[in-house]
Structures are given as C-alpha cells and as structure tokens.
Design a protein around this ligand. Structure first.
Ligand code: AMP
Ligand code: MG
Length: 508
C-alpha cells in the first residue's frame, strides 16, 4: 500500500532467516508519533509513495507502530571490535529491518532505528532520542549531497515518550535506507562463533546480491578467488570513502568494526563532526579519550579494521596469509591516490598526482592546522584566487572573498598566507580553461556549507521545544551545499566562539 506501481516488496535478505536474523516486531510508542520530516526525493527514488507515507497509516509504519504490510521485521546479529577491544556479541540492538523494496534492478532495505528492543539490545532500551535522530537524519543526507557513499534517511518521526540518557529526553525513530546494512562485524560474528558454513552462506548471498560482477563459481578454488576479489573491492571502497571524509573534514567518531559497512558506506552517525577550525588531531567524540578515531587517525583505523575483516575471513580461505597481506597492503595506495586526487581538485591544481602535489597538500594542511583555519571556508575561498596573477595581487583578491579565512590582525598568519600563496601559485592551473570556468568548477568541489555541530545544536534545541522549522531549513540547505547564493548567511559564516565548547559523546 506504500508503493508506487513501479516497485515491489521483496523478502530477499529476510528469507535468509536464522542464524542471521531474528524475527522481532517493533514496539509501539506509548504516545502518538508525529512526522517531523519525510525525504520526498528519496521516497520517490526507491519507488514508495510520499503521500501515503505521510498519511496516518504511513506514520504508523515509519514510527514502528504498525508493520509494513506483508513483511515481518527482523534484527541481525553481529559482533565487533569497539575501540580496539573484541566484543563477542552485538547486533541490531535498536534497528529493525522493516521492508525490502525492489524497483527494477534497484534493491533497497528499510530499517527503523529506535523502534524498540531486540534480542541484541543487551539491557538497553532499543530507543533513540530526538537529538541523535536529528543528527543521523540530517548527516546521512548531507553526506549524500556531498557525493560521499552513505546510508540514506527516509523519514524522522518523534513522540513525547520519555527516554532516559544523562537526562530525560524524548523518543524518535529514523527510517534509514540502504542496499545493505551489513558490517565487518557480521563476518567477525560468524567466524568467532565458529559457524563457518553459515559465514560462507552469508558471504555467498551478499556477494551474489551486491557484486554480480564477481563469479564465485562452483569449485573451492573459484570460491576462494571470488572471495579475495571481493575483499579487494571492500578495501578499495573503504579507502576511497575515508579519503572522501578527509576531503570534507568529516570525522566519524566511532570507527568500530561494527560501524564499518561491507559496501563502503558511511554508517551509524553518532558523535560525528565536520571540523570547523582545522586541527589535524581533532577528536569529535568526547568518549574517545586516546584520540583513536581522530581526523589524523581515520585512514590508519580503516586499515586496522580491514585487517580485522581479513582475519575473520581467513578460515574460509586456507593458505591465504600472503595473498591477504598483499591485498591489505593495497589500502595505502588506494587511499593515497584518492586523497591526492581529491585535495588536488579542491586546490584547483593542474595535476592530481605526484610528489609536488603531495607536497603542496601537506603544506596546505600544515598551514591550516598552524592557524586553526576554518576547513570549509578555507577551501571555498580559493575560487576567489586567480592562478594567472602574482601572490600579492592574489592576496588582495582573497581578502575580498566572502569566505576569506584569515585574521588580518594576525601578522604571522598573513606572512604565512603570502608564503602559502606563492607555493600554491607555482602548482596552480595556469593553463586553466578560462578563469570563470575554473572558479565554477572549484565552487562545485568545495562546499560553501557543511552540517556544522553548532547549527545542528540550534536545530536540536528548537526541536526539543516542538519547533521543527530549523530541521527543515537545514535539510533544504544541505541538499545543495555548493550554492552559496541560496544559503542562509549564518550557514556559511565563520562559526561563533561557543561552537568550540560543544561536547559530543556516544550517548544517543
Ligand atoms: P553504536 O555505538 O551506536 O554503534 O552501538 C553499539 C551497539 O549497541 C549496537 O549493537 C547497537 O545496536 C547497540 N545499542 C546502542 N544503543 C542502544 C539502545 N539504546 N538500545 C539497544 N541497543 C543499543
Ligand atoms: Mg553501531
């Protein structure tokens, strides 16, 4: 009943059943749920009907008060390494698979997050608070609009049901959408519980479903070959995803192996953050005392997580130690190539690879770090420059940019900026098409706006008082983050001083 005529409900993942999935109904909220936001574009994209989803039966479904017709909801089991420590049993503790929709070749799963406890809730309440649900809802779509692989968010519903965290908050439910929500932790679980046949079947299903280009064949040898090929794809996608995070100043915050997607998608938005003033060692999660998941460490940790994945696969591929090691060694090159290319584009350089390019990227990040320059505004301001003229002339141009990131009163900053400009000019795209095209291209690479914590915080405080207009406004802005002229001035401005004192923890 929630479909358009071009889509159908399927049970492709659900039909795997035990030992992967447990049938669990959602637990209805006690007080009436309201629809805070429906992502109409995504609704249409996956073949669902926005009007019906926004109706009373639709809101019942999206808030976990009623099932999707003809579908039994399910929770999956996984485990993982949390902050480097193995935790033998995790799982969808507050996420439920509530539908699978096929529209031609496109296959999507729908999950409700916060719709009640499951066998994997480990004494927690299975709920999500409005605060963290707003954060997940908006971040998923912000990342998507920035072209970064991510799970998506379809709807946000909220009720007055109390939920106890550090203080009493209220309940909300996000409906998320993805081709798959499988994590490295799914592989780890079936390896470390010694269910190797189950692991093999799960991976066979996953690879056939999501990687039709990989042929697992009929023999042991072809299965091993296919599995290694698949691991190579996961390594490549993960490397690219983390490079993309680095290029927008995004910190995930909780890069545990249970929060790493097998499809290389950004998943599980908790205490994430887009960096304001650049600090290469920025830690966005207050609970991360050692800075394990700092900006600088994200690539290293992704690599570490891939080791954990490879380790869990190894019982299925005998005598593969050397091959696995070679594949894992490929991470560095994959990350480096993507990282260099992305930053070279952000800087508007003529070349995208090479020692000189890497040198300038390093110098740029050092300069930004030394003066805590605003990450987003710094890169956005570059389109005000002109590769054809001198450093001094460029400095004058730069100062007139709405995004000028420097404090003119700071002499050291100004001196270093001149030195940086000279180095940039030596590498910049002098033979660029024409100045206007070059600028337009840069403004389509460097967003004018990212979902900064203080903007989220403001929207959350309003929402907690029952006023959702700021959530709506942010949603509209984040779907077109490159178009400065259309964005509210405070979204593109230098963040206020109080933004520095915002603290985010795992509590959600
Ligand atoms: P996270 O750090 O949010 O990725 O969560 C780690 C694990 O704890 C996952 O298995 C979650 O499903 C589970 N979890 C987190 N919060 C809750 C909650 N309120 N109720 C039940 N399970 C939860
Ligand atoms: Mg998680």
């Amino acid at each position: 009943m929630f479909h358009n005529h071009d889509s159908i409900l399927v049970q492709e993942y659900a039909s795997l059943g035990a030992p992967y999935l447990a049938e669990v109904p959602a637990t209805p909220l006690r007080t009436e749920a309201g629809l805070v936001h429906l992502n109409k574009t995504l609704t249409n994209e996956i073949g669902l009907n926005a009007e019906q989803l926004a109706s009373s039966p639709g809101i019942d479904f999206l808030s976990g008060n009623a099932p999707f017709p003809d579908y039994k909801s399910r929770a999956s089991v996984y485990c993982g390494h949390q902050f480097g420590v193995f935790v033998p049993q995790l799982g969808d503790g507050r996420a439920l698979l509530v539908a699978e929709v096929r529209k031609g070749k496109q296959y999507r799963q729908l999950q409700l997050k916060g719709a009640g406890p499951t066998p994997y809730s480990r004494h927690a309440d299975g709920r999500a608070v409005l605060r963290s649900s707003i954060r997940e809802y908006l971040a998923s779509e912000a990342m998507h609009a920035l072209g970064i692989p991510t799970t998506r968010a379809l709807s946000l519903t909220a009720s007055a049901d109390p939920v106890f965290r550090e203080t009493t908050e209220t309940a909300a439910v996000v409906c998320r959408v993805s081709e798959s929500f499988m994590r490295f932790g799914h592989v780890e679980f079936f390896c470390y519980t010694n269910q190797l046949d189950a692991l093999r079947n799960l991976l066979t299903w996953h690879i056939e479903q999501h990687h039709p280009e990989i042929d697992l064949g009929e023999t042991e040898a072809s299965f091993h070959k296919g599995l290694l090929q698949w691991l190579g794809v996961v390594i490549e996608r993960t490397a690219k995803m983390v490079a993309q995070w680095q290029a927008v100043g995004f910190c995930h915050g909780v890069m545990n192996t249970d929060n790493m997607s097998l499809l290389g998608l950004t998943i599980d938005y908790g205490p994430y953050g887009f960096i304001d003033g650049f600090d290469i060692d920025h830690i966005c999660n207050h609970s991360d005392h050692q800075g394990r998941y700092s900006y600088r460490n994200q690539p290293r940790i992704a690599h570490w997580n891939l080791y954990a994945l490879a380790q869990a696969l190894s019982p299925l591929i005998p005598d593969s130690k050397e091959t696995l090691q070679n594949l894992l060694d490929g991470f560095a090159d994959a990350f480096h190539a993507e990282h260099s290319a992305l930053f070279a584009q952000k800087l508007g350089l003529a070349k995208t690879q090479g020692d000189a390019v890497d040198g300038l990227i390093e110098t740029t990040l050092k300069f930004m770090h030394e003066h805590t320059l605003d990450f987003t505004r710094f890169f956005r301001s570059l389109s005000a420059l002109d590769p054809q003229i001198s450093a001094a002339e460029n400095f004058a141009l730069w100062q007139r940019s709405d995004f000028f990131p420097l404090a003119l009163g700071n002499e050291q900053q100004v001196t270093n900026a001149h030195a940086w400009l000279a180095q940039w000019l030596a590498m910049s795209n002098k033979a660029s098409e024409n100045a206007e095209e070059w600028r337009t291209r840069l403004d389509h690479i460097n967003p004018a706006f990212v979902l900064r914590n203080h903007l989220l915080q403001h929207a959350i405080e309003q929402a907690q008082k029952g006023e959702f207009s700021e959530v709506n406004r942010l949603f509209t802005a984040l779907s077109d983050p490159y178009n400065a002229a259309q964005l509210p001035a405070e979204y593109t401005a230098q963040p206020p001083d109080w933004a520095k004192s915002l603290v985010l923890s795992c509590s959600s």
